[in-house]
Design a protein around this ligand. Structure first.
Ligand code: SAM
Length: 230
């Protein structure tokens, strides 16, 4: 899987993609990450990539030319590919969306900044999808792109050492994760549930399933309802 992230701040992408589980997945060639700087593709002699908005108003808008040229430098894309543009107006990113993306060979992500992109970029880049990571506004699209890259990478076999741990995490089976505990069994009088110390794996599995259901019912009943309706 190749992630191609188009940005004004490739150093943010590089820093994140070099550390921890993502860094290891990259080293082990489970994923490839390239960060492409829009500024390297501007035709402006002063390396400008943005301009003031038509109609007035504050903030700067990322201009079509450097964005389109940076995208075109990636062609041809591996098949199947998805092309995402990060924007608070987009489809809300979630586990189901991550599973869809994990089927691709290449994911291209465009990171905005300032006021965002000239709207015509939607017409200039075919099959572009608007994606949001939630109803709040960040200063740039780098964190959204990294969130997406991270969550999709976890779903690719080989990225996380034990895939069974990914399958046991929240959302994978439609439920939130069950509670976890580690040593000591008694911390300041707070005791780990006896069943987890029993060594009875069937009982432990039953307890975990019940706790996952209980937690989902209490914190995210919408997940249970959406499972019933699907
Ligand atoms: N003017 C835009 C609006 O109100 O919808 C906000 C622009 S925001 C300050 C700059 C860039 O950050 C956006 O172009 C987008 O790439 C990214 N961004 C901010 N919040 C985001 C979110 N919730 N999801 C995805 N991208 C986001």
């Amino acid at each position: 899987m190749k992630f191609s992230i188009l940005t004004l701040f490739p150093e943010i992408i590089e820093a994140y993609a070099s550390a921890s589980i993502i860094g290891r997945a990259r080293k082990n060639q489970v994923i490839e990450v390239e960060a492409v700087n829009f500024r390297d593709f501007t035709a402006d002699p002063h390396r400008k990539v943005d301009d003031s908005p038509f109609g007035g108003g504050s903030g700067m808008v990322l201009a079509c030319q450097p964005i389109e040229s940076a995208f075109e430098s990636l062609l041809p894309l591996a098949e199947p590919a998805r092309i995402l543009i990060t924007t608070p107006a987009g489809r809300r990113f979630d586990h189901a969306y991550a599973l869809e993306l994990a089927q691709c060979q290449q994911i291209v992500m465009l990171c905005g900044h300032y006021e965002g992109f000239d709207e015509r970029i939607m017409q200039l880049i075919p099959h572009i999808e608007e994606v949001s990571i939630g109803d709040f506004v960040l200063t740039g699209g780098e964190l959204p792109a990294l969130c997406i890259m991270d969550s999709v990478t976890r779903l690719i076999p080989g990225a996380v050492q034990k895939f069974s741990s990914v399958e046991a995490d929240s959302f994978y089976d439609g439920l939130l994760d069950y509670p976890h505990y580690t040593r000591p069994a008694d911390y300041k009088g707070l005791k780990v549930p006896d069943v987890l110390l029993s060594g009875n794996h069937a009982e432990i599995a039953k307890w975990r399933k019940a706790k996952a259901l209980e937690k989902t019912q209490a914190l995210r009943p919408d997940l249970l309802n959406s499972n019933l309706s699907s």
